[in-house]
Design a binder for this molecule. Structure first.
Ligand code: NAD
Length: 251
């Protein structure tokens, strides 16, 4: 049984657990960027894109079937991300890293908002929407044009270019995955923030910490498969809870 807590102000037990931690591992998901107006997957399919599910757009099969549709969807999301700003949740994690002895930030997000807020050395499990790579050899394309045919072609080999993100059914970058599991295995506090805890292998990370009896805090306005197992649950938006957590630690 975990402690379902009223989130604000942050209960002293949670602050004390955070204060005594030497290494905090944080896993973030789409919910952390929701308050920057980047839709989570559940909320993403609106307007023009309502008739497609993310699983129909974010797969290698979808790209093979209809490369233009997939490129255009990502171009729309890239535009959305470029207009977005980091929110108080992203900034609170930058501050938290300066307050604890060690913090490892692992994200499933592809929007680069943690880095834009000032977080260093972010472990990106699912790549980045802002990088464009050759679909054959994954070499990064420094420039490309959206003016002509989409997707644009690789200047070296003429294959289509694609976003450097991990699609459903694709393997995660080995080194990022290794570092993420190492952090989950060695941290003494795990924070799961704004993730549905449904997309594996990232969803296994908090459970890896729990198996080692590492205290695990979930921050999410909704229940997830992690909720019944987390040591502490702080229900609410991360843009409010994370700054409150940092304020509690500083007091
Ligand atoms: P998800 O969309 O499956 O789940 C988002 C979670 O965030 C939900 O549990 C929801 O309750 C919670 N949430 C919503 N608003 C919140 C808020 N204000 N504060 C805290 N939590 C909030 O996302 P996921 O678990 O990250 O996994 C799905 C995949 O979606 C990942 O592969 C990721 O790459 C991709 N994705 C990324 C972005 C992004 O980069 N911003 C956006 C959408 C999807």
């Amino acid at each position: 049984m975990n402690q379902q807590m009223s989130s604000l102000p942050i209960p002293s037990q949670v602050i004390e657990t955070l204060r005594s931690a030497g290494h905090v591992a944080v896993l973030t998901g789409a919910g952390v960027s929701a308050e920057s107006n980047i839709p989570t997957f559940r909320d993403a399919q609106t307007g023009l894109w309502a008739k497609y599910s993310p699983e129909e757009l974010a797969t290698p099969q979808a790209f093979r079937r209809n490369p233009q549709l997939v490129w255009d969807w990502y171009a729309w999301r890239r535009e959305l991300v470029s207009r977005a700003d980091p929110n108080p949740g992203h900034f609170a994690l930058v501050e938290l890293a300066g307050l604890v002895p060690k913090l490892t930030l692992i994200t499933q997000n592809v929007d680069g908002l943690h880095q834009r807020a000032g977080s260093d050395d972010v472990i990106e499990l699912h790549g980045s929407i802002t990088r464009i790579v050759c679909s054959s050899d994954r070499r990064v394309a420094e420039t490309w044009s959206e003016a002509g045919e989409t997707p644009p072609r690789c200047p070296d080999c003429d294959s289509y270019l694609r976003p450097d993100v991990v699609w459903f059914g694709e393997a995660l970058p080995t080194q990022a995955l290794h570092r993420a599991f190492q952090a989950a295995e060695t941290c003494d506090l795990f924070l799961s923030v704004g993730t549905s805890a449904l997309v594996h292998p990232a969803a296994s990370l908090p459970f890896t910490a729990l198996e080692r009896r590492t205290p695990t805090i979930e921050i999410n306005p909704d229940e997830t498969p992690l909720t019944p197992h987390a040591t502490f649950v702080l229900p609410g938006p991360s843009g409010q809870i994370l700054p409150a957590l940092v304020a509690g630690l500083k007091n």
